[in-house]
Design a protein around this ligand. Structure first.
Ligand SMILES: Cc1cc2nc3c(=O)[nH]c(=O)nc-3n(C[C@H](O)[C@H](O)[C@H](O)COP(=O)(O)OP(=O)(O)OC[C@H]3O[C@@H](n4cnc5c(N)ncnc54)[C@H](O)[C@@H]3O)c2cc1C
Ligand SMILES: *[C@@H]1O[C@H](CO)[C@@H](O)[C@H](O)[C@H]1NC(C)=O
Ligand SMILES: *[C@@H]1O[C@H](CO)[C@@H](O)[C@H](O)[C@H]1NC(C)=O
Ligand SMILES: *[C@@H]1O[C@H](CO)[C@@H](O)[C@H](O)[C@H]1NC(C)=O
Ligand SMILES: *[C@@H]1O[C@H](CO)[C@@H](O)[C@H](O)[C@H]1NC(C)=O
Ligand SMILES: *[C@@H]1O[C@H](CO)[C@@H](O)[C@H](O)[C@H]1NC(C)=O
Ligand SMILES: *[C@@H]1O[C@H](CO)[C@@H](O)[C@H](O)[C@H]1NC(C)=O
Ligand SMILES: *[C@@H]1O[C@H](CO)[C@@H](O)[C@H](O)[C@H]1NC(C)=O
Ligand SMILES: *[C@@H]1O[C@H](CO)[C@@H](O)[C@H](O)[C@H]1NC(C)=O
Ligand SMILES: *[C@@H]1O[C@H](CO)[C@@H](O)[C@H](O)[C@H]1NC(C)=O
Ligand SMILES: *[C@@H]1O[C@H](CO)[C@@H](O)[C@H](O)[C@H]1NC(C)=O
Length: 605
């Protein structure tokens, strides 16, 4: 017994001692540039280099990094995405920066951990010109320094931050300009387009195109930025009509890590153009500008729907609630084909407080919220009446289910998309979700009892008392399906047959413990309890990369599908130094990013 064990141990040791890890530099390396060298870089880029000074430093004794903002103010602002967007180093979900300097009392704060640069980038380029980006990236990539790209910092998977990195902050690429009669590359046609700096968020673009009397396909949340949303696919209110955000791009300006400044469109740098339209942000280069297609403004926006839950604690009512959800879900494809979008959100246990109930009903509770463009309220009422009648029938009679109708309303498109200040208050939390794209096969062409089983399985929660949520975003359908081949980039092909983008949570994340350990625990829980459900229910689809689980063992297939190898070739061509790394990015399996040590090292094969 003893002998084989010893041999095993020895061979492990031998492997380790021969491995010469090829890592991106850290400040502990002798090759790390001196302060003078950083100063020289700074001079070469008009003094826009910023040494990272965590904003929450003022919450720690002596304000070690000289934060200009007092602690109370930082604490008050911490949950708002709009503030993280203007703090150069900050991201919305600080667990991915190893909770390196968070204010006292917020998620991720741990007594005694202190305030460090830690998992945050070391320096930030507050770029305002393409030259700033180009010079800084070629300087860093030549020196084997990791590069990260931050637009707003909204990323749910921490892909805009990284330890020991130089961060390219695109926040100040803010121009928005309508160009009338712009010649489409490679065609004898002109079109009115909108030219947008990549540092804009959707709120600014919606406002600008409103003044132009046009609409664009963007995200639902006004504080989300163009950079990450477009490059990873991007869905929103108009996507079910006009396709994904990545389907709307005519041209991009990209700076590569070796400093090239490239125009990419359907004629020039076609492979890069294809890659940045859906193949992932922060991976191929820095996009400084997007030229986007615009659309007529919808005449109006009609909203309607209903919510339901079990009428009492009987088993019949519990069963009725599941059957009702199953009935609604199976109707999604037909409803979307008739022009609806919106969402259906199911909740269990404590999460049912979302419906304003005092006590959690058994089974499942759901809110069905439809959005229709160019529609009368009568038409919406008719659709909602018909669906709620179907739901009642599916549960036998109405006695076991409480249904509340939402008042149908109509408003202008502008009042619907108009950005509200500080609307997005979900920042500062610890995030890890998992999702799946679902088509007609998964939603409608499935036996009702099978569908109910999958719904129940996808609503399991690590802590049974807290329950969880399952959100069906009605953002696919005819829009993505009808996009002409010439406008399709590398976004996961499953989007073309998907109707709903289905998201769930469920893992308990204890953000007080070590960030790396807490993420790894949550990832293990999803891998055991949720990913297998998706793989059984929807084996051939995949997931929306921006709102997915980057630690899924099948991430290559989930996020990139058949495009993976071609995207990898583009990645290695345009970022030959592999300076850009993001979790579940193409080629990310060639590297190991250890959030605890902060080191990003090549995996020895
Ligand atoms: C509250 C909330 C609501 C959301 N709503 C929607 C929604 O309605 N629809 C939807 O599709 N998604 C939505 N998302 C997901 C969102 O699209 C992603 O979080 C996306 O990554 C945000 O992009 P960003 O540029 O704002 O964020 P960042 O964190 O700045 O960047 C995200 C990723 O893109 C890269 N990146 C950013 N800019 C550039 C650039 N110019 N060049 C190269 N790489 C770049 C970054 O390196 C990073 O990898 C939502 C997220 C949240 C938190
Ligand atoms: C870069 O130069 C500017 C202008 O001189 C200065 O304000 C800034 O602090 C410098 N940045 C670094 C990292 O030294
Ligand atoms: C902290 O900053 C806020 C916002 O700038 C200000 O209103 C407040 O008075 C400051 N508080 C203290 C104690 O300085
Ligand atoms: C991350 O945090 C842990 C403590 O949770 C700490 O031990 C580690 O040094 C930190 N790493 C970095 C790179 O900040
Ligand atoms: C970044 O640059 C903008 C535009 O020049 C400037 O207004 C802002 O103060 C800078 N921010 C930081 C943190 O240097
Ligand atoms: C564009 O127009 C020119 C001149 O009219 C013609 O020669 C060319 O073939 C056209 N190109 C395309 C792509 O239609
Ligand atoms: C709404 O109708 C207008 C014409 O009034 C049309 O141009 C527009 O494309 C329609 N929008 C949608 C989303 O159907
Ligand atoms: C359902 O509705 C009935 C009748 O209005 C009401 O008595 C009951 O309390 C409701 N059940 C729940 C769980 O809210
Ligand atoms: C109650 O209903 C659920 C499903 O709705 C079922 O799985 C369970 O077996 C039922 N329990 C009893 C005691 O009948
Ligand atoms: C769901 O739809 C409603 C409108 O019906 C909207 O207000 C809400 O933001 C949507 N939620 C999500 C998470 O998409
Ligand atoms: C999170 O972990 C800390 C440290 O181990 C522990 O004290 C705390 O009780 C945990 N919180 C929860 C909600 O499990």
């Amino acid at each position: 017994m003893l002998l084989p064990k010893t041999i095993c141990l020895l061979s492990t040791l031998v492997t380790f001692s021969f491995a010469s890890p090829n890592c991106k530099l850290s400040p502990a390396d002798s090759a790390w540039p001196s302060t003078n060298e950083w100063a020289a870089l700074n001079r070469s880029i008009d003094g826009v280099l910023v040494k990272t000074a965590p904003i929450a430093s003022s919450c720690y004794p002596g304000n070690p990094f000289n934060s200009p903002e007092n602690c109370t103010s930082v604490q008050d602002k911490w949950y708002y995405a709009a503030h993280h967007a203007v703090w150069p180093e900050s991201v919305d979900y600080p667990i991915y920066s190893n909770n390196s300097c968070v204010p006292k009392g917020v998620t991720g704060y741990a007594e005694g951990k202190g305030c460090n640069i830690g998992g945050l980038p070391q320096y930030i380029v507050n770029a305002t010109t393409i030259e700033h980006v180009s010079k800084a990236m070629s300087w860093a990539s030549k020196r084997n320094i990791r590069i990260v790209v931050k637009g707003t910092g909204h990323d749910l998977n921490g892909r805009s931050t990284g330890a020991f990195a130089l961060s390219i902050w695109t926040h100040n690429f803010k121009h928005i300009e309508r160009r009338c009669g712009w010649k489409l590359p490679g065609q004898n046609k002109t079109e009115d387009v909108v030219v947008c700096g990549s540092g804009n968020n959707w709120g600014s673009v919606y406002t600008a195109v409103h003044h132009m009397g046009r609409a664009v396909v963007g995200g639902e949340d006004a504080t989300v930025g163009l950079g990450g949303l477009i490059q990873n696919g991007g869905h929103g209110y108009l996507s079910s009509h006009h396709g994904l955000a990545s389907d709307q791009v005519y041209q991009v300006t990209v700076v590569t890590t070796d400093g090239r400044q490239l125009i990419a469109n359907s004629v020039e740098n076609k492979d890069l153009f294809w890659a940045v339209r859906g193949g992932g942000g922060g991976q191929y280069g820095v996009v400084t500008e997007f030229i986007l297609k615009t659309y007529p403004v919808p005449a109006n926006v009609v909203m309607g729907g209903f919510s339901f839950h079990a009428a009492d604690s009987s088993n019949t009512s519990e069963t009725a609630s599941w059957n009702a959800l199953s009935e609604v879900v199976s109707s999604i494809p037909d409803l979307m084909d008739s022009g609806l979008n919106g969402n259906v959100t199911a909740y269990t246990k404590a999460m049912t407080t979302a419906l304003g109930l005092k006590e959690a009903p058994p089974g499942v509770a759901a809110v069905v919220g439809f959005v229709g463009f160019n529609m009368t309220t009568d038409h919406m009422d008719h659709i909602v009446d018909k669906l709620s009648a179907q739901v009642v029938t599916s549960t036998g009679n109405g006695n076991y289910l409480n249904i509340s109708r939402q008042q149908t309303s109509s408003q202008s498109y502008w009042s619907f998309v108009k950005p509200e200040p500080l609307s997005s208050s979900s920042a500062g939390a610890a995030s890890l979700m998992t999702s799946r794209l679902m088509g007609r096969r998964e939603l409608s062409d499935i036996a009702p009892n099978k569908l109910t089983d999958y719904l129940q399985q996808s609503l399991v929660s690590e802590n049974p008392e807290t329950g969880t949520m399952l959100l069906f975003g009605l953002q696919g359908g005819r829009g993505p399906a009808k996009v002409p081949a010439s406008m399709r980039g590398s976004v996961l092909p499953a989007w073309r047959t998907a109707y709903a983008h289905v998201m769930t949570l469920g893992a308990t994340i204890n953000a007080t413990i070590d960030a790396s350990e807490s993420l790894s625990n949550a990832a293990d829980w999803y891998e055991t309890f949720k990913e297998p459900v998706w793989r059984n229910w929807a084996p051939n689809t995949g997931a929306y990369m921006n709102e997915g689980n980057p630690f899924s063992s099948t991430w290559k297939n989930d996020f990139y599908g058949e495009n993976y190898e071609k995207l990898l070739a583009a990645k290695l061509k345009f970022d030959p130094s592999e300076s850009l790394f993001v979790w579940s990015g193409v080629g990310s399996d060639l590297w190991n990013y250890d959030l605890s040590s902060g080191l990003l090292c090549r995996v020895e094969s």
